[in-house]
Design a protein around this ligand. Structure first.
Ligand SMILES: [Zn+2]
Length: 381
């Protein structure tokens, strides 16, 4: 099979020659009349589940992890950081073991998993900042506990989201940073001093800035402005139209600049499923017609139900940035954050799609990960 199109980042006409669904060669053409766009395969650094597979259960298996990663390839997410949220020691341990075993079972899944994101349990216990994380399992940072989790993954935990105001958080951040782990602030009720201390200790990211926050908040100062104004911190953003109103997404992208923003899906297992009430993360949640996931009876969001590609589309629409800029927020930016260039760029990784500029819509045609064609719209592979 031969696939041709124009590369999004430098507008070169190229042809990809695939043999047995594996990239045999790529050559530059003088021209092509194909209107297919070819972009790097997106990287989602916050994925809790997808297509019915939930990473955060007692029973998740390595097969589930592999099936989830393959389901993500079919919607154009090439790479990911599977995300493990607040829970008991054993539940977190089981989820991490399943991911580590999936990586041992399937070399391509191993290649696609750029690291594991541990979001919690060292977060705020307050309603609002805690979001949908279960209160019973929120706790202070514990290095020995963390080491047991890191050991079972053989060092794959590469992002830790925590609240810097927790007891012992600042020395904990210093240790994580010295181990090369990206420290992210999130689900936090931090003061300006807490945030500055975390930055001084090496924290680099704000996780889903503007979410995991109180429903009502003092206008200023507050922990959102403090993080938004800190040039040392990058921000991950859930641009699904629910977690951040369009004007907020636009303002945050402008304030942080394209150099410090990353798009994430924060998808939960309900992504890809029908609207309804579900039991999820030990709580009842509602998935609405317009793809919004809320804790039943509250206004608190409990993860998102979108694919990363929708965040790319929405960022073009909400923030007035170009498609190329928006794609960079889901490809080059997370690659830079994780220092993953040598790993990612060692192989061919693309998505091929048509861009419907009038409707800001990506129509995915194919996904190539690690030199392999892992999805094609015609073969439904
Ligand atoms: Zn969160």
């Amino acid at each position: 099979m031969k696939l041709s199109g124009h590369t999004l980042f430098n507008n070169a006409a190229i042809e990809i020659d695939l043999r047995d669904d594996s990239v045999a060669s790529i050559r530059e053409l003088t021209a092509t009349d194909s209107n297919i766009q070819i972009a790097p395969a997106p990287i989602d650094i916050q994925v809790n589940g997808f297509a019915g597979f939930d990473l955060n259960t007692e029973t998740v298996t390595p097969d589930d992890v592999c099936a989830m990663v393959r389901a993500l390839w079919r919607v154009g997410t090439g790479f990911l950081c599977p995300t493990i949220v607040t829970g008991s020691f054993d539940r977190i341990f089981n989820s991490l073991s399943a991911i580590a075993d999936a990586c041992k079972m399937d070399p391509l899944v191993n290649y696609a998993i750029l690291g594991i994101h541990l979001e919690g349990p060292y977060i705020s216990a307050e309603d609002g900042p805690r979001g949908a994380h279960p209160l019973a399992h929120v706790r202070d940072p514990d290095w020995d506990e963390f080491q047991q989790w890191q050991d079972i993954t053989e060092g794959k935990i590469s992002i830790v989201t925590l609240a810097p105001e927790k007891k012992g958080a600042i020395p904990f951040i210093e240790k994580l940073v010295s181990d090369g782990i990206v420290v992210a602030l999130g689900h936090t009720n931090a003061s300006a001093d807490d945030i500055q201390a975390a930055i001084d200790a090496g924290a680099k990211l704000s996780t889903h800035l503007g979410n995991g926050a109180h429903a009502l908040i003092r206008r200023h100062p507050n922990y959102i402005w403090e993080q938004l104004g800190a040039d040392e911190l990058w921000a991950s953003l859930i641009v699904d139209g629910h977690h951040l109103p369009p004007s907020v997404a636009k303002s945050m992208i402008r304030a942080k600049t394209l150099d410090r923003c990353i798009l994430v899906s924060d998808a939960v297992a309900l992504a890809g499923m029908k609207p309804g009430i579900y039991e999820f993360a030990e709580r009842s949640v509602e998935l609405t017609e317009d793809r919004c996931v809320r804790l039943v009876g509250t206004e608190y969001l409990a993860g998102s139900a979108i694919e990363l590609a929708r965040g790319i589309e929405n960022s073009v629409r909400f923030a007035g940035i170009s498609l190329k800029e928006s794609v960079s927020l889901a490809t080059l930016q997370p690659m830079r954050l994780l220092n993953a260039e040598p790993h990612v760029e060692a192989k061919t990784n693309f998505i091929l799609f048509e861009w419907d500029a009038a409707h800001h819509k990506i129509d995915l045609i194919a996904t190539i990960v690690g030199d392999e064609l892992v999805y094609h719209t015609e073969t439904k592979k």
